[in-house]
Ligand binder design. Sequence first.
Ligand SMILES: NC(=O)c1ccc[n+]([C@@H]2O[C@H](COP(=O)([O-])OP(=O)(O)OC[C@H]3O[C@@H](n4cnc5c(N)ncnc54)[C@H](OP(=O)(O)O)[C@@H]3O)[C@@H](O)[C@H]2O)c1
Length: 295
Amino acid sequence: MRIVILGAKGMLGGALQKEFIRLGEVTALDSEEIDIIDEDMVRKTIFGLKPNLVINAAAYTNVDGAENNRAVALAVNADGVGNVARAVKDLGAILIHYSTDYVFAGTNQKGYREDDLPGPAVNCYGETKLAGERLLKEISPNFYLIRTAWLYGVGGRNFVDTMIKLGEKIIRAEEGKREIRVVNDQWGSPTYTVDLAEATRKIVEDKLALGIYHLVNEGVTNWSSLAEEIFNSLKWGVSVIPVPSTESSRPAKRPTWSVLLNEKGPQLRSWQNALADYLGAGMMGNRQADSGSIV
Ligand SMILES: NC(=O)c1ccc[n+]([C@@H]2O[C@H](COP(=O)([O-])OP(=O)(O)OC[C@H]3O[C@@H](n4cnc5c(N)ncnc54)[C@H](OP(=O)(O)O)[C@@H]3O)[C@@H](O)[C@H]2O)c1
């Protein structure tokens, strides 16, 4: 199988490369090699490589940034997806595309199923991702649309790494209380890129039906409990103080109930087990600074 991965240097793109090498010949492309906003470039590149499968992990992912850069976010997350989908369709290949819990309003306490109608999206980033989903569906039925949430892993900005950086800073300061205040009234499922990439590979390998999938690590938590789990595992003596989201002012609105229900895809292990693996994997040196946009 010939596989092209777009957004290859992103947090998920890196994990996908490692996973899909097991299924065939992988060409990994990032923004330096291909700009998905450029329709001609997308077409030429994809037709030149003639893949059977294209995996689009390229996206504008700065959630707060999208509030003031709607046009850029829309160009990548909607027009760019359309460009990729058209080229993949005309080539007769399959497209895997990723989307987010933020395409939902985040008000349903029971969680969101794959066949629930998305929208209204909770924020501008979510709106641009929803526009991408709609374009994808219009262009061709030959897709796997995989929604995920609260992603973390090596090589990207994410909440887990942000907590670790903050913890390190507090410890280095050597004064004041070792405390971090984190919101406790927003709920979701932290998801490890390695597990998401593996489940995506299983979908392809097992030739599951095309369509929409919700892939997240099993279990539901809130940001404050996630932070607590991180610091309990690290044993740094950092306490987490749960606070309401009214204490946190961020440009983009965050959903209260952002639980994606996986009713048809491969099941991922519990978020606690996945997190333990990530924290234990000796990746501390790889982490990137401040991830302001994620929570
Ligand atoms: N992160 C999360 O918490 C989260 C949650 C739910 C869903 N998702 C979805 O999961 C997918 C992967 O997210 P991620 O966190 O891995 O994202 P990421 O780390 O931000 O990576 C995105 C990649 O896309 C590239 N890219 C941006 N604009 C591009 C363009 N015009 N043409 C080609 N490449 C471009 C970026 O390159 P540059 O760095 O050079 O711009 C980057 O390498 C996305 O669809 C995202 O919406 C993420």
